[in-house]
Design a protein around this ligand. Structure first.
Ligand code: OXD
Ligand code: MN
Length: 588
């Protein structure tokens, strides 16, 4: 029997499912799944509810269990034979123990349910990077979401053929009991087991679990990088397109930059991806990037026609697959989704994300702060034609950032690749609602990969340095912080569209048109080189946005030292040397 059929039979025996739905990727199948989801009740709720298709064509609403609204990092494990390989950045469990636990939970858990078999490929079929996968799930919401986010269909089955070399993602929502919730990764076996959650990051196993955690491990072994990054191409008035990657922690605005509208005439952003990039060094010595996904799973609150016109157009441009809204509020008068920030006026007849009537003066939000949309990338009006290029796009600039109310300037350029890797390895960010944790606390989140690196981050930093050695035309590495606040707690930079001013400066740097000022931490822009036309911003605010406060940096360095110390001698010498240099400069 073919390995793929053996696997499916094994799953049938394990889950004792009522029946099996083998997905083939067809249009008719989408209709069927939508039909099933609108007819079925799970966790006392209809799984999908049709929204007003005049306003939001082909859109549906899903409400999750209130204890299942974000990634659960404390329940996410990397199960390698040896604990050191997983590193202090991951929870670890011995693989046999983890499997025993999961098999017990999985056993009979689909008794009265359909088992969906989802064959999918990450990356263009024609790409050397493309990877073939099979996910098992008992959630029709997950099955539909996977169809939006990945390439689902028979083609994957044909590609796998008689081979046993495919990713196995095994998922069951179980009873949604948080005390029985685990997301277990087995990078050495190309396998993930997930139980007890239907939330995107825990349950759509092609995304964080495969494309990042397992992907980063495969990249380490095979000589490439799997990163938590958007990919954009910025077209300048002369027609030249400059490609950027950007890594920000979850819910820090990657989707907004991926669809940025420039405030200057003649510039245009082409979107290639908003969350995940696979990077490879090409034969010509350039760094190339592809987006292995086919959809956006973005945060809704804050989005409107002013902050992100393109995503609003994407959400309403439903030519292809359905769009799902999860845990937003519902405006009952119009049967449309609503979230904080969508309109200034709060609709009168709102049901909140928990399904309760929403009162305007309530101190709670109507939409969950991590409420999401799941939408096909093919609906995006700014989708780059290079998205389809199996080779990917050549990268000229990499942007790293976090959400910091102080310390980090609006933008600076790092001195060179190794210094850029150092700075990226130290990035800190305030925790957001995308994961359950202490919201607002600053934690180190190197390369925005802390929750997603499937192996020891010390080895990961060395891998970044090694990749740099292979790149002939090294991209410039920039650090940004859109979120710095003044002494009254007010954001000093408007963000959103005005971030294009910073990206224009980066292009000017890449093209060699402007110079920089050397500082203790890196290369700062000359304020006069930033095009601030049409922006009302005081000189003193600008100075504060770029100020380097010695005391804050002394504190920052001690936090970096504390973080590094967890990795012992796994931190590359090159990064230790960079840290020492920075410390000396700050102290002198
Ligand atoms: C996401 C995340 O969903 O980073 O993209 O949490
Ligand atoms: Mn993400």
């Amino acid at each position: 029997m073919k390995p793929i059929n053996l696997f499916i039979n094994e799953m049938k025996d394990l889950f004792k499912c009522k029946n099996v739905y083998f997905m083939n990727g067809s249009e008719n199948e989408t209709k069927e799944l939508l039909d099933i989801a609108q007819r079925s009740v799970f966790d006392d709720k209809v799984i999908l509810k049709k929204l007003n298709h005049n306003e939001y064509p082909n859109s549906y609403y899903h409400r999750s269990n209130i204890n299942d609204v974000a990634r659960t990092e404390h329940l996410t494990y990397v199960c390698t034979k040896n604990i050191e390989q997983a590193g202090p950045n991951n929870n670890w469990m011995e693989p046999n123990e983890a499997k025993k636990k999961m098999l017990k939970l999985f056993s009979n858990s689909m008794n009265n349910r359909t088992m969906y078999v989802i064959p999918f490929t990450m990356g263009m079929y024609e790409s050397e990077y493309a990877k073939d996968c099979i996910q098992i799930t008992d959630s029709v919401y997950v099955a539909l979401s996977m169809k939006i986010m990945t390439r689902v269909g028979n083609k994957t089955i044909d590609r796998i053929g008689d081979s046993s070399n495919f990713f196995r993602g095994i998922h069951s929502v179980g009873t949604l009991n948080p005390s029985e919730r685990y997301i277990m990764h087995f990078p050495e076996e190309n396998l993930v087991m997930s139980f007890g959650s239907g939330y995107g990051g825990n349950a759509l196993l092609g995304k964080k679990s495969y494309a990042l955690r397992i992907g980063s491990y495969l990249g380490y072994k095979e000589g490439w990088l799997a990163e938590h990054m958007f990919i954009i191409g910025v077209e300048s008035p002369n027609g030249k397109i400059t490609y950027f990657l950007g890594a920000f922690p979850s819910a820090c605005g990657k989707t907004n930059v991926a669809m940025l509208k420039f405030v200057f005439k003649g510039y245009k952003v082409w979107t290639l991806g908003d969350d995940i990039a696979w990077l490879n060094v090409g034969k010509d010595g350039n760094l190339y990037a592809i987006n292995p996904e086919t959809g956006f799973f973005g945060v809704a609150p804050g989005i409107n026609y002013k902050t992100n016109q393109i995503i609003m157009e994407t959400l309403k441009n439903n030519k292809f697959l359905p769009t799902l809204f999860t845990n937003t509020a519902i405006d009952n008068d119009n049967n449309v989704p609503w979230w904080e920030g969508l309109s200034d006026k709060i609709p009168l007849n709102l049901t909140d994300w928990k399904g309760e009537k929403y009162f305007k003066d309530s101190n709670k939000t109507a939409a969950h702060p991590n409420s999401r949309f799941t939408v096909s990338i093919y609906n995006c009006p700014t989708l780059s034609k290079e998205y389809y290029n199996p080779k990917g796009v050549p990268i000229s600039g990499i942007i790293f950032g976090g959400r910091r109310k102080d310390t980090i300037p609006l933008v600076f350029e790092t001195n060179d690749w190794n210094n850029g890797v150092f700075m990226a390895s130290t990035v800190g960010s305030e925790i957001t609602a995308a994961s359950s944790g202490d919201i607002g606390n600053v934690r180190r989140d190197p390369m925005a990969m802390l929750p997603f690196c499937g192996y020891n981050m010390g080895d990961y930093f060395q891998h970044w340095l090694n990749i740099g050695n292979k790149i002939k035309n090294k991209p410039k590495i920039f650090i940004v912080n859109w979120f710095r606040k003044d002494e009254n707690g007010k954001h000093m930079w408007p963000g959103f569209g005005d971030n294009s001013r910073i990206i224009k400066w980066m292009i000017d740097r890449i093209d060699g048109n402007v110079d920089v000022k050397k500082s203790e931490i890196g290369l700062l822009p000359n304020i006069l080189d930033l095009n601030l036309d049409g922006l009302e911003i005081g000189k003193n605010i600008l100075e504060k946005l770029f100020s380097i406060d010695r005391q804050s940096w002394i504190k920052e360095i001690s936090m970096i030292e504390e973080f590094y110390s967890k990795f012992g001698n796994k931190i590359p010498k090159e990064l230790q040397a960079n840290l020492l240099k920075l410390k000396n400069k700050i102290q002198n």
